[in-house]
Design a protein. Structure first.
Length: 463
């Protein structure tokens, strides 16, 4: 299959490994600063025509892009299994999510309305105009959907997009760029620049021709990007780390809460900023909850991500495996599931008990299939523990008491909360974090406006 990728004489090669087997599946040229310069020039030329196109025409092309993605959904899913180790079920959902995001964004093109504001002596209107070129730096944990979170609304708002996928997962992004051209999007409008963060990523951030950066990744890197964007007063959206609570009150349906808890932090092998890795259980229900949780953890099927029965696949890399291991010592108490032995970056589902509430594994983002269970006394203690981290991305509250659910939802400092559920992300609702979990919001009804400038125009009617 042809790969759409920039090349130059100085390109290094990125090696793409299958996380389940450690086999080399592809090599991809890494973009240089010169490649970024050339891509910006192409994008600028394409964006002018795209912004000038009739809204209906832009919407029609984005819907065609969505249809082409849908036609190739299984191919994209298989690529995601190969490069990211996602289970085939998750990968199919991700390909479908890209399709849905494009469709949703297309529906907003003709509804990107300004306002008419009452003023004396004339007519005052606001106009929403595209920013120009948007740089998207996507992560390896959800390569397809998170790239589309920014790409779809940015294109719909009339911008060009330069996407830098993570070094380990460039294949689906490259294929999406090919499909965009197949759908009829103009050359240069949506380009993919595989490369390393310090080289290609930094070149995007510092390039004066790029109006906004959308970054998903670690808080440490996000802070660095924000500081560099500040030098140019460049807009930035950051979706960063998380250490989300799963609060289980004694009055909750404990069977349902325990059954749902494993995949709240094991989905995508725990490589999810929204993972509910801090399970907070009211002390009076603590022993019973653990008794229900243990068999649910032990029954999780970990294995070949291409197998339809698999619930959890490998971690993304050797480095990530080593990081997860560093948090889980042999002397820690808890519940362990099973994982394959031999080649691949495997770590078993793990629940740690008896740890201090301020232990590293309890407050730092591990980004692996590891959760801690901590007891709390009452509602106030639950809120205290839930807010006892630097993050604030998501969380869950399990209770039958509607008043308590509302009080806790108000008190937990996080951008996305679910009651008696672990659902965090819907493309038609806003997503983003508090505190060290990020800046700005993605998705939802206002997604397109995040990629626009508001221009105010006053027209005098006085003679």
């Amino acid at each position: 299959m042809k790969r759409l990728c920039v090349t130059s004489e100085r390109n290094e090669l990125l090696q793409v490994l299958n996380p389940a087997t450690e086999e080399l599946v592809a090599t991809v040229p890494a973009a240089t600063p010169a490649d970024v310069d050339a891509a910006v020039a192409r994008a600028a030329a394409a964006q002018r025509g795209w912004a000038a196109a009739a809204p209906a025409d832009r919407a029609r092309l984005l819907r065609r892009f969505a249809a082409v993605v849908d036609d190739h959904a299984e191919e994209l899913a298989r690529l995601e299994v190969t490069e990211a180790g996602h289970t085939i079920g998750n990968a199919r959902w991700e390909a479908g999510n890209v399709r849905d995001l494009l469709d949703f964004a297309a529906g907003g093109v003709e509804r990107l309305n300004g306002r008419q504001i009452p003023v004396a002596g004339g007519l005052d209107v606001t106009i929403l105009e595209p920013l120009g070129i948007v740089g998207v730096i996507a992560p390896w944990n959800f390569p397809m959907p998170i790239a589309a979170w920014a790409t779809a609304p940015a294109l719909a708002a009339g911008n060009a997009v330069l996407l830098k996928p993570a070094e380990t997962t460039p294949l689906t992004a490259l294929r999406l760029a090919e499909l965009a051209l197949e759908a009829g999007l103009p050359e240069g409008l949506f380009q993919v620049l595989p490369g390393t963060g310090p080289v290609a990523g930094n070149a995007l951030v510092e390039h004066p021709g790029i109006a906004k950066i959308v970054f998903t990744g670690s808080t440490r890197v996000g802070k660095s990007i924000m500081a560099k964007c500040a030098d140019q007063v460049k807009r930035v959206t950051l979706e960063l780390g998380g250490k989300s609570p799963n609060i289980v009150f004694a009055d909750a349906d404990l069977e349902a809460a325990a059954a749902a808890a494993p995949m709240s932090f094991l989905d995508n092998s725990g490589q999810d900023c929204c993972a509910r890795t801090r399970i907070l259980v009211q002390r009076s229900a603590y022993d019973r909850f653990l008794g229900l949780l243990a068999p649910a953890i032990e029954e999780i099927v970990v294995g070949d991500p291409a197998d339809e029965r698999t619930q959890m696949g490998p971690l993304i890399s050797r480095a990530q495996l080593d990081r997860v291991r560093s948090y889980v010592g042999d002397d820690l108490e808890g519940i362990r599931g099973k994982a394959p032995e031999g080649p691949g970056f495997w770590f078993p589902p793990t629940v740690l008990t008896g740890v201090a509430e301020n232990a590293p594994c309890a407050v730092e983002e591990i980004f692996g299939p590891v959760a801690v269970v901590l007891p709390f006394e009452d509602e106030a203690d639950a809120i205290r523990l839930a807010n006892a981290t630097e993050y604030g991305l998501s969380g869950s509250i399990w209770t039958r008491d509607v008043g308590r659910a509302l009080r806790a939802s108000r008190a937990v400092r996080a951008g996305n909360l679910s009651v008696n559920s672990h659902s965090s992300v819907r493309y038609w609702t806003p997503f983003g974090g508090y505190q060290q979990s990020g800046l700005g919001r993605e998705l939802g009804p206002d997604a397109l406006t995040a990629f626009t400038e508001t221009k105010n125009v006053f027209i005098s009617t006085e003679a």
